[in-house]
Write a protein that binds this ligand. Structure first.
Ligand code: AGP
Length: 607
């Protein structure tokens, strides 16, 4: 993920910007840049590769100025290059960006038709060009900035400067992190408080869609409607939790909220936005005679494999086997040289998954691992590694790693389908566009906190709970049950809705909450009849559906959470968000140790 720094000071800022960029290296990057304003001129240096390359450039061409911005870029739209590195500069506007703009192509076409020329392949330059366009059309800096933001869709954080305004930084965030830090005399903007920790004494965490216009003397913060709002300044010291957890009470909540940004990066690292193709595992040229794909994992990672099974069966059209590693490693299985084995693991150190990998090596065609920690044992011992790049996941209950695993597995399914020539150009583009739309949908769903809190207040009193799902949402029922039980200690089971009559319905009474995932799709009517079976036995039903589903059911006795309409393809990714938030708030009201639940470890490195 990209890293942002902005500084307003009384002294030269370039060396401090470089120091902070070095602290942001952990976010992953392939180029870096810095810009300052001095004597009403924008000065800029950018370099591909490590920050040292940028330092060498600046040592030859100094960057004077007491206002500046810096950026570490992790390539999404456009290859790693100097032209694609931030800051981007057009006319009187210069800025840096973290995140993914979903509608950049449409805006870029509009500007090209107006005669604007582009120097890069990035979505970021489109934002800067758009802002410059508004200035060319008579808007002042503030209004041009607001108008620009009003056009953007996706998850992003921005920090802009304007040549004729060398006292101010203009910033905003939507589902991507950005904090304002205050030192003794200087004002900072950063992607996280950690990278500023030795420079600041207090922070303001911007809310979703806040816009801030900062000078050394004044911080003006506005909501998305342009109304002035007040955000509390929190004092911090080097070791305060605020530095690591940010504005969140728990790491789990912070990581739930990071998902739009993380998902956007996980997918865009494999999407070539120019060719509109998924590029991964280029060494695997052909996939004609594949006998079987085997997916092995534990816990939440296993449920990600259970979702992926639907995608690979539908789009890759080969037999798919999924298994929990602790079972797979001891089974007497036979393998063929025309099989691929995929191992999914956030930590990359889970003992059972590592043992399963070692069991198949040399017996299948290739081993592939989908991991968050690329230097882990599972990654090192796999022939191919697909990183999910979710950043450190501290909460024991896996959230952003789960949806990032789904991001990579969805890309792999599309990539394999293309390699087998089974998907049309149109369908390929449609699926990619759906993946690109996920961060924006996630961000809108995450905001609706009150809905999840209201349901959690009821759920916290329950001793048991049942989660139901059909088809590609059955694995979500399993994952949602795991989330609830591992952090709230309420016993919860996930079941395929169609299995209710084969036993679990005996459990249903007025004390048994039944949470049912029911988007309107080919299985909706069947799921609804299962819901009615529960209702007939006084079960308490929470239906998570979409507007159409809610109107078709239209029952006052059923609590409902209505999600926007989206395709079956991305439904398991989106439905993970309400599942996580219901579990989180239930545990919060129960007062359990959410980030470190009893008896659990973040990585199970023993059998
Ligand atoms: C999920 O919330 C749990 N923390 C646990 O099931 C976890 O997914 C499992 O232990 C696998 O861990 P891994 O992804 O690091 O291999």
């Amino acid at each position: 993920m990209c890293g942002i720094i902005g500084i307003l000071s009384n002294k030269e800022v370039s060396s401090t910007i470089i120091d902070v960029l070095k602290k942001l290296e952990y976010r992953g990057y392939d180029s870096a840049g810095i810009a300052t304003i001095f004597d009403n001129e924008i000065r800029r240096q950018r370099a591909k590769g490590k920050i040292e390359n940028l330092v060498n450039l600046i040592s030859e061409n100094d960057l004077p100025g007491t206002i500046g911005i810096g950026h570490t870029r992790w390539a999404t739209h456009g290859i790693p290059s100097e032209d694609n590195a931030h800051p981007h500069h057009v006319g009187s506007v210069v800025g840096v960006h973290n995140g993914i703009i979903e509608n950049f192509r449409e805006i870029k076409e509009e500007l090209i038709n107006k005669g604007y020329k582009f120097q890069s392949d990035t979505d970021t330059e489109v934002i800067i060009q758009l802002c410059s366009h508004y200035i060319n059309n008579g808007y002042n800096n503030r209004d041009a900035f607001f108008k620009t933001i009003g056009r953007l869709e996706g998850a992003f954080a921005l920090c802009f400067m304007f040549k004729n305004d060398e006292e101010k930084l203009y910033v905003t965030r939507r589902s991507a992190p950005l904090v304002i830090g205050y030192g003794k005399k200087d004002v900072f903007v950063g992607s996280d408080a950690v990278s500023l920790s030795n420079l600041i004494e207090s922070v303001i965490f911007l809310d979703e869609d806040d816009v801030a216009i900062l000078s050394k003397k004044q911080t003006n913060i506005y909501d998305k409607l342009g109304e002035r709002v007040d955000r509390k300044k929190k004092s911090v010291d080097l070791n305060s939790d605020i530095i690591s957890k940010g504005n969140y009470q728990h790491f789990m909540l912070k990581e739930i909220h990071e998902q739009p940004e993380v998902f956007g990066y996980a997918t865009s690292s494999f999407i070539n936005f120019k060719t509109h193709k998924i590029e991964m595992l280029n060494e695997i040229k052909e996939l004609d005679n594949v006998d079987r794909l085997i997916f092995v994992a534990c816990g939440t990672a296993y449920f990600a494999c259970a979702v992926a099974k639907f995608w690979f069966e539908k789009y890759v059209k080969v037999p798919v086997e999924i298994d929990v590693a602790s079972e797979f490693r001891y089974r007497d299985t036979s393998f063929s040289k025309n099989e691929y084995a995929i191992f999914v693991s956030q930590s990359g150190e889970t003992a059972d998954t590592l043992a399963a990998l070692r069991k198949v090596k040399g017996k299948v065609k290739k081993t592939i691992s989908v991991v968050n920690v690329v230097e882990s044992s599972i990654a090192r011992e796999s022939e191919f590694v697909l990183p999910i790049k979710a950043g450190p996941e501290i909460g024991v209950a896996s959230t952003k790693a789960f949806t990032a695993q789904l991001a990579v597995l969805a890309c792999l399914a599309i990539n394999f389908s293309n390699k087998r020539g089974l998907i049309s150009k149109k369908e390929n583009s449609e699926l990619i566009d759906e993946l690109v739309s996920v961060p924006g949908i996630m961000s809108n769903i995450i905001k609706k906190t009150s809905i999840y809190k209201e349901f959690a207040r009821k759920l916290m009193k329950a001793k048991n709970a049942l989660f139901l799902g059909r088809g590609i949402l059955y694995p979500l029922a399993l994952e949602a049950a795991l989330k609830l039980k591992e952090i709230s200690y309420i016993h919860a089971e996930g079941y395929p809705s169609g299995e209710l009559k084969h036993g679990p319905i005996a459990l249903v009474d007025k004390k048994m909450p039944v949470i049912c995932f029911a988007p309107v799709n080919n299985l909706f009517e069947k799921t609804i009849s299962n819901v009615q079976e529960v209702q007939a036995r006084n079960g308490k039903v929470l239906l998570i559906t979409d507007d159409e589903g809610a109107s078709r059911l239209n029952s006052s006795e059923i609590s409902m959470i209505k999600l926007p309409k989206f395709s079956n393809f991305i439904s398991p990714i989106i439905y993970a968000i309400p599942s996580q938030l219901i579990a989180y708030y239930t545990a919060l009201y129960k007062g359990t140790d959410i980030d470190k639940p009893r008896n659990l470890a973040k990585s199970v490195t023993v059998e």
